[in-house]
Write a protein that binds this ligand. Structure first.
Ligand code: S3P
Length: 167
């Protein structure tokens, strides 16, 4: 089984992926990290200054093509994967479960208040529009929606684990 975590920046995908890794012993594929490797960069700002958002999206497509056949993995996606139908088609697979970590914009804003690592979260007004634009896409592509406001990483990971056990 492949567990795919989708959701907006700051929704907790990486933390939950790491906890699931301890529970399930499946490796974690952290998409942003692989983007850095593939583009020889060290930060998202560097990716954007090298090739703009286009470089990020093209690299995301390549990565998911490459990893499409790999099973028993947890994929912590970048928040923008839902923008690309080609990526979603690669992710949607009989053996994959897509979990949307649904955080309110208020929660996200409070978590990312001191974070300067994300180029698309620099302007909070634009970030909120992006959030509202993407919300229906996350909802549409999810096999299961996990409400994450006021829940611990442990609670979220256990909810996903329980869902996976049900088959
Ligand atoms: C992005 C989300 C980021 C990263 C990039 C763009 C987005 O990943 O891929 O800054 O478009 O939402 P996280 O969701 O892991 O922060």
């Amino acid at each position: 089984m492949k567990i795919i975590l989708i959701g907006f920046m700051g929704s907790g995908k990486s933390s939950v992926a790491n906890r699931l890794n301890q529970i399930l012993q499946f490796p974690v594929l952290e998409m942003d990290e692989i983007v850095f490797q593939k583009t020889s960069t060290k930060s998202m700002h560097e990716v954007f200054s090298k090739g703009g958002e286009t470089l990020l999206r093209e690299t995301e497509i390549k990565i998911l093509r490459e990893y499409a056949q790999i099973d028993n993995t947890i994929i912590s996606t970048g928040g923008g994967v839902v923008l690309n139908k080609m990526i979603i088609d690669d992710l949607k697979h009989p053996n994959s479960k897509i979990f949307f970590l649904n955080a309110s914009f208020e929660t996200i804003k409070s978590r990312l208040v001191d974070d300067s690592s994300r180029p698309l979260f620099e302007n909070k007004i634009e970030a909120e529009s992006l959030y509202l634009f993407r919300l229906p896409l996350y909802l549409k592509y999810a096999d299961h929606i996990v409400e994450v406001d006021n829940k611990s990483v442990e609670e979220i990971a256990q909810e996903i684990f329980a869902y996976c056990l049900k088959g």
